[in-house]
Design a protein around this ligand. Structure first.
Ligand code: A3P
Length: 290
């Protein structure tokens, strides 16, 4: 049964929980060999994690196989519950790769910085994010309970309404939504251990962005290797690979930029611009919508 718990005012939907968030804050002690991919849901998390894994372990067939096996059996291993943490520590990683949707205040950013743990924060234009999220919710057990149905309506107009008014309890405080998640990480963007990425830029020039990731992680990859990585982490390759193994819901729908145009009315697009920019007007991040 999906449910929502609260940590420092942030509403956390299952399978994640306030308890594990708090546990992670207090106990998780990654080193400078660890990488954390942080993101809001549906912004390119799965893709970025796969790029990081491949950049680091490309030549290590055993590790690539092991990670495939883990993906097929526990898609949330990276996300830091005490039990998963134990498993992560037992695996033969040279470098551990983690993922989180928690906002920055629920991550012990000071400790991670002190330890030199690498953080990659990936962002996506909020209109495509919403469409991706809406489609995922349609296929989730979320809507089955009455309380959840109120926050995540099955009908698009109502869904967008609850979303932009911060009614959806998704790693946010009451009244908050995706822009607030970005704002929470924004102050850290220039830290040495932090890299900000954009889904649309990864789509436009994956080789360039993968090179950026490799450099950030201190991994040397030749141009030929980068080309192989582009191919191995393309939407088509990842979707094909997942269809062989992944038992649960799919994280591969369309994988495109500007699918929002098939969903938003002009008025809704304007409302989105207005609501989003209201929160982010003061910051130096420009999204690509085409
Ligand atoms: P769409 O629903 O628009 O297709 P997350 O992993 O954060 O849940 O994000 C899921 C979104 O990323 C989905 O978007 C999914 O299709 C897309 N995605 C997954 N792998 C991708 C890849 N290799 N290239 C481009 N997009 C990808």
């Amino acid at each position: 049964h999906p449910k929502v718990t609260e940590c420092k005012g942030y509403r956390i939907p299952s399978p994640f929980s306030a308890e594990t968030a708090k546990w992670q804050y207090d106990n998780w002690n990654p080193t400078n060999n660890d990488v954390l991919v942080a993101s809001f849901p549906k912004t390119g998390t799965t893709w970025t994690i796969q790029i990081v894994k491949s950049v680091i372990y490309k030549d290590d067939e055993k590790m690539m196989d092991l990670m495939k096996f883990i993906n097929a059996n526990n898609s949330h291993l990276e996300s830091g519950t005490p039990k998963n943490y134990e498993i992560m520590l037992k695996l033969p990683w040279k470098r551990k790769i983690w993922g989180t949707h928690l906002p920055a205040p629920l991550i012990n950013m000071e400790r991670l910085k002190k330890n030199g743990c690498k953080i990659i924060y990936v962002m996506r234009n909020p209109k495509d994010q919403v469409v991706s999220w809406f489609n995922m919710n349609k296929n989730m057990p979320f809507n089955k309970t009455e309380e959840m149905a109120k926050n995540f309506p099955a009908e698009w107009n109502a869904f967008l309404e609850t979303l932009v008014n911060g009614k959806q309890p998704v790693f946010s405080k009451e009244g908050e939504w995706y822009p607030d998640h970005i704002l929470s990480y924004y102050p850290y963007r220039n830290d040495d251990n932090v890299l900000f990425l954009m889904y649309e830029e990864m789509k436009k020039d994956p080789a360039k962005e993968i090179k950026k990731i490799a450099n950030f992680l201190g991994v040397k990859r030749s141009d030929d290797e980068i080309d192989e990585l582009v191919e191995a982490t393309s939407f088509q390759s990842m979707k094909k690979e997942a269809s062989k193994t992944m038992s649960q819901m799919s994280f591969f729908r369309k994988g495109e930029v500007a699918d929002w145009k098939n969903q938003f009315t002009v008025a809704q697009s304007e409302l989105m611009d207005e609501k989003f920019n209201e929160k982010l007007s003061g910051i130096d991040i420009k999204f690509t919508y085409e």
